[in-house]
Design a protein around this ligand. Structure first.
Ligand SMILES: [Zn+2]
Length: 257
């Protein structure tokens, strides 16, 4: 297999790989949109459940306090009766103290009930906001999921056929060259580079003049010393016919040093 044929086969593979990469990116974008919507909804589901149980706890505590106050009011009634029945100053003082203690207990409970009522009200409002947000995300998901899923299916199919195309393109290359290409591609994202004027078009570093000279003299494959990509010379204007280019009309600057 001649070097120009190897170059053409490499270019074909590189083109397929660029398309594959693009398809994979499209896939990732659609996937992350879908995942983002779903995980947003899942987070709100969790929040709604947690807030719901916090509210239930508050309501239960409030109910218990209200019951407490009811019981204490009954005790207050008894204490008042006791006060009315008291014959001695000692009895009267004792009943009075009992009344005061009970009143204080009732006041404390009522204060707590007030606080819990306000907290529960705030939590309920927050819950409504969360539910509205949840609904918004659900609507968003429902309106977009179909389109995203079909786009994902489409990209999946394109990926599969591109992968099949790649399998064919690989077979056109000497196995060793392919392995070298693919190792570089996996590290760098792309495996090949061209030079027209003495710099690597992939990493934009200047090639050693000797290397550039050799690349320009005859078709050959080398590796860029800076980025390791497989590099070859490309004439400044793409040839229209696959003839051996004799006219050395590269617009390279005159060799320095
Ligand atoms: Zn390079």
């Amino acid at each position: 297999m001649s070097i120009p044929e190897q170059i053409r086969a490499l270019e074909k593979l590189a083109q397929i790989d660029a398309e594959l990469k693009d398809l994979q990116e499209q896939h990732a974008v659609e996937r992350s949109t879908l995942d983002g919507l779903k995980s947003g909804i899942a987070r709100l589901d969790e929040k709604l459940a947690a807030d719901g149980s916090a509210l239930a706890i508050m309501d239960k505590a409030r109910g218990e306090l209200i019951q407490d106050v009811r019981n204490m009011n009954q005790q207050l009634e008894h204490s008042r009766e006791k006060l009315g029945r008291s014959r001695t100053e000692r009895e009267s003082n004792a009943a009075q103290r009992e009344l005061e203690e009970l009143r204080k207990l009732v006041r404390d409970r009522e204060e707590e009930i007030g606080k819990l009522t306000a907290d529960a009200e705030a939590a309920r409002q927050q819950n409504e906001t969360t539910q509205a947000e949840h609904k918004r995300l659900m609507d968003d998901l429902n309106s977009r999921e179909g389109a995203i899923s079909s786009k994902l299916g489409e990209v999946d199919r394109a990926l599969q056929s591109k992968q099949a195309e790649r399998d064919v393109a690989i077979k056109q290359l000497p196995p060793q060259l392919y392995r070298r290409y693919d190792m570089i591609r996996s590290k760098r994202g792309t495996g090949i580079a061209q030079t027209t004027d003495g710099t690597c078009k992939a990493c934009h570093m200047a090639l050693p003049p000797q290397l550039f000279h050799r690349l320009r003299r005859e078709p050959m494959l080398e590796q860029c010393p800076s980025c390791n990509r497989i590099i070859y010379f490309a004439a400044p204007t793409p040839p229209t016919a696959p003839t051996q280019g004799g006219g050395d009309s590269a617009s390279a600057p005159p060799g320095r040093s």
